[in-house]
Design a protein around this ligand. Sequence first.
Ligand SMILES: [Zn+2]
Ligand SMILES: [Zn+2]
Length: 307
Amino acid sequence: MELVFLGTTAAVPTAQRAHPGIALCYRDEVLLWDCGEGTQRQLILAKVNFMRITRVFITHLHGDHFLGLPGLLQTLGFQGRERRLHIYGPPGIEELVERVLSLGEFELEYEIEVERLAPGMRVRGSGYEVEAFEVEHGTPAFGLAFRELKGRRFLREKAEALGIPPGPLYKRLQRGERVVFQGRVVEPEEVLGEEKRGFRVTYSGDTRPVDATAERAGDAVLIHDSTFDAGEAEKARSRMHSTCTEAARVAREGGAKMLFLTHISPRYRDAGVLEAQAREVFPESHVARDLLRVDLLALRKERGWWK
Ligand SMILES: [Zn+2]
Ligand SMILES: [Zn+2]
């Protein structure tokens, strides 16, 4: 389980920062969050296998977040992809993908399924879900909350107290099935406890600081828009972005475990000032950089998170 920052700039690329893109590698899948221009080259540099991309989420339809799609879709075709690709995005995503597919001459052997995001929509995959939530960016825009689904805790002592022997019956109860043991019906409710904690990663997309993000930041690694430093609060407001301090407040109020600042304006050649200002509010703040990898499994081990 790894988080890879592919591009971390705002609007225009720089020598150090490519257009927005985040790869979330979970088991044998890669979820791609935004696909700015140059994303495919960044994937290669980061050694993330394209073929494992199962779902692409476009948070909103500003060019810096989707202009990498035409190239990526065609490259997947060149590489002989057959597996279906899901693309999610705000209203207008269907038309956008249609246009991308009529750009130049090429044919794809794989199917593309396009789905429009709606507030509160949950996309379920194998062992996880991604919830889309509405943010504030002056255009329909979404944040994304990844949550690993591990099921509920099995209360072995309760099963033992009911006299149920360990084995297949435990497995069925754990799956949420009702079983019959010695003529008695045992409901899964009797032996299941709270939901197990899993990995959580929340991405704000481009936005002003909003409650919806904070509400999904609890227990999570939070990736937040941090286009400007604290001194540019007025600019952040008028352009519908966030400052590093506003991002840090969202992380603190939401109870995030760690904060990554991204979507960094090209004006900051040295983004250290953003990190320093954010840390005054939320000590676990880090400025993301291109190709930065965050090993979530290692964090779980080292820090005891999500256990
Ligand atoms: Zn942007
Ligand atoms: Zn934008």
